[in-house]
Design a binder for this molecule. Structure first.
Ligand code: ZN
Ligand code: ZN
Length: 230
């Protein structure tokens, strides 16, 4: 991670924005209706928390799905929500509109799930956001998620990847340390094709990491994970 990354990340909430969060009335995480949180009645009916599914990829139990290929660097996945419109709105609001106060309520079901069967890991880390997007969004949201999860599980949380945005190509990751045999909980917000988690996981594995358990807020669909890396 670059010095810029660390500075932006350590800054956490900017003072004015943090004050706004503290003074803001409770709102639905998705439609922003005032006076209710985390969800209003209408959104609560559409939010779908995922039951514990396939331990390796978190696809809903019983759903026909193509699991991670054998050579995937990810050993297990925990996901809290099905990635539908309401959850997508809530994540976009938290991440793009900078409503950082939304993260704890969004992440609580994931922390609860992980806490019920704690993954056997040594530390928590996250799929780092490239510095250019950290500046645009006012922080590294995956890092915020990782710290909330680490606090909930009483585990250390540390940045282990630096990320570089490359024009027209997927982000490139570099390991910040050698990690011989270190088992990790890798945090990101959404699991879609699995290509990002694959690249980040493969980088950690090349650095020597042991078992990698991926924790995401939401999982989209039941398509073949990692297909985009083939
Ligand atoms: Zn709502
Ligand atoms: Zn599976």
């Amino acid at each position: 991670m670059s010095t810029t990354d660390l500075a932006a990340d350590r800054g956490g909430l900017r003072p004015v924005r943090a004050l706004g969060c503290l003074l803001a009335p409770p709102r639905c995480l998705a439609c922003r209706q005032r006076g209710v949180t985390p969800w209003c009645g209408g959104c609560a009916q559409v939010v779908r928390q995922l039951a514990r599914g396939c331990p390796r990829c978190a696809a809903p139990r019983g759903a026909a799905h193509a699991c991670w290929p054998q050579d995937a660097p990810i050993d297990a996945v925990s996901a809290a929500y099905d990635y539908n419109g309401v959850v997508a709105s809530a994540i976009a609001t938290a991440k793009i509109a900078g409503v950082h106060a939304a993260w704890p309520a969004l992440v609580a079901p994931l922390v609860h799930r992980l806490g019920a069967q704690p993954p056997p890991v040594d530390a928590v880390t996250w799929v780092t956001t490239p510095a250019v997007r950290v500046r645009q969004r006012g922080g590294d949201h995956a890092g915020r998620l990782a710290r909330l999860i680490a606090d909930g599980l009483d585990l250390p949380c540390t940045p282990l990847l630096s990320a570089r945005a490359t024009r027209g190509r997927p982000d490139r990751y570099t390991a910040l340390h050698r990690l011989p045999g270190t088992d990790l909980l890798l945090v990101d917000d959404i699991l879609t094709t699995g290509a990002t988690a694959w690249r980040a996981g493969a980088t950690l594995r090349t650095a020597g990491a042991g078992r990698l358990h991926l924790a995401v807020l939401a999982r989209a669909g039941t398509h073949t994970l990692g297909a985009a890396t083939r």
